[in-house]
Design a protein around this ligand. Structure first.
Ligand code: SF4
Ligand code: SF4
Length: 180
């Protein structure tokens, strides 16, 4: 294996050639994708932007290699791990997933502490004033926590951002006037 194992990627750098819903801060979007926004689809998730290449194609910055490597966004730096979910609340809670489509995700997985610090840093750039940021790894008890958070959001609206497309069955925060 060379110094950069991705050069011999068994799925031919599929993570960049099939760019599908990556989470960015508005600053990252402006810096990296605003100049190619005609080739991107975007939607909002609270303070984040979810982006993917139109028709789930290649990232516009892919040209056999990443042409913006030094300025690539947090989720690209994090890969082969990824941000799984973001929950709003007194603290913003972000989950980190290790089970991504990268075939070498186990071999390439870097330091979990470094990954958590990177994700926490991204959250802190967009959190409301005074809002804490917590990172949960989707493994062991963390996986259980994220499962119940997703369930509570789907059923009752807890932790959801008001401007996102998903609608819970019973939106308790909205009913009680707590949605933002
Ligand atoms: S991170 Fe994984 S999927 Fe992406 S280029 Fe490297 S080996 Fe391939
Ligand atoms: S910015 Fe670079 S690393 Fe990120 S998806 Fe695009 S080509 Fe890949």
């Amino acid at each position: 294996m060379s110094d950069n194992p991705c050069l011999a990627c068994p799925i031919d750098q599929g993570c960049c050639r099939n760019l599908d819903w990556m989470r960015l801060s508005p600053e990252e979007y402006e810096r990296v994708y605003a100049r190619v926004d005609d080739r991107m689809e975007t939607r909002r998730e609270g303070p984040f932007l979810l982006v993917r290449a139109k028709d789930k194609g290649a990232c516009p910055h892919w040209d056999g290699h990443c042409t913006v490597y030094d300025e690539r966004p947090t989720e690209c730096r994090l890969y082969p791990q990824a941000i799984g979910s973001v929950f709003d609340g007194a603290d913003m809670v972000l989950s980190v997933q290790a089970e991504t489509p990268c075939p070498w995700r186990r071999a390439l997985r870097g330091s979990d502490d470094a990954a958590a610090a990177m994700v926490r840093g991204l959250g802190q750039t967009v959190a409301r004033q005074g809002q804490g940021v917590r990172v949960v790894r989707e493994e062991g008890f963390g996986k259980l926590e994220v499962y119940f958070r997703r369930l509570a959001r789907k059923l009752l609206g807890f932790g959801r951002y008001a401007d996102t497309p998903y609608r819970p069955l019973i939106d308790l925060p909205r009913l009680f006037g707590r949605s933002r």
